[in-house]
Design a protein around this ligand. Sequence first.
Ligand code: ATP
Length: 234
Amino acid sequence: MLQVSALDLFYGDAQALAGVSLDIAAGEIVAIVGANGAGKSSLIRAIHGIETPARGTVRFDGTDITGWPSYRVCETGIGHVAEGRQVFPNLTVLENLEMGAVLKRARAAEKATLERVLAMFPRLAERRKQSAGTLSGGEQQMLAIGRCLMGQPRLIMFDEPSLGLAPAIVQEMFRIIRGLNEEGLTILLVEQNVMASLRIAHRGYVLENGRIELQGAGSELLSNDRVRQAYLGL
Ligand code: ATP
């Protein structure tokens, strides 16, 4: 479904991604794990057209989308739940969700999708008239996911969805991601929480200093000595 080939990305002279290649088949959960500054967000941003790679290609369903502006990438069915949630704090929960349905691909089904999202997240339904800035961190993360779902994505890229959340909410977040996958959504999950993300991922890639250093099944990576020493402290 998604095929990234030999991607190079620079910020000025600094290289953030070097020859990054990965692929995701429909129905998979694929995790990209790595330390702070490894290039995980840069990779998502390059796929999403927020950053422009110097070299390499991004293909979605066989179409070369490299360098497309973000709104066009979204229209293909790629959703992005950004790091730090990025909800509109002064808009209500409902208004935030409606913003997610501005995509052409999502407009016709907006009402039905809204009902589905509110049923999936009862806390959001209860707080639909409240401004998003008054929600807890976990509720804002759910709102960010709900807003993304309003755009009818087929692939969702999550950037550090567990960051800054209490442990119980982190577990809930991973349960939600797994549930979305079981409903048929394909997931690219970028995380510093290596253990939890490799546990739910079918496959994973380890990104270090802008390069893919290891790849394999989630369970394989969890038992890899290098991963255990560098990321799990075992
Ligand atoms: P984190 O978990 O901290 O977000 P990350 O793995 O997502 O880390 P990136 O945010 O992609 O890593 O950063 C990769 C490298 O690119 C880092 O060295 C970072 O300092 C640098 N970088 C990221 N964004 C920019 C930018 N807008 N301008 C210049 N350098 C940047």
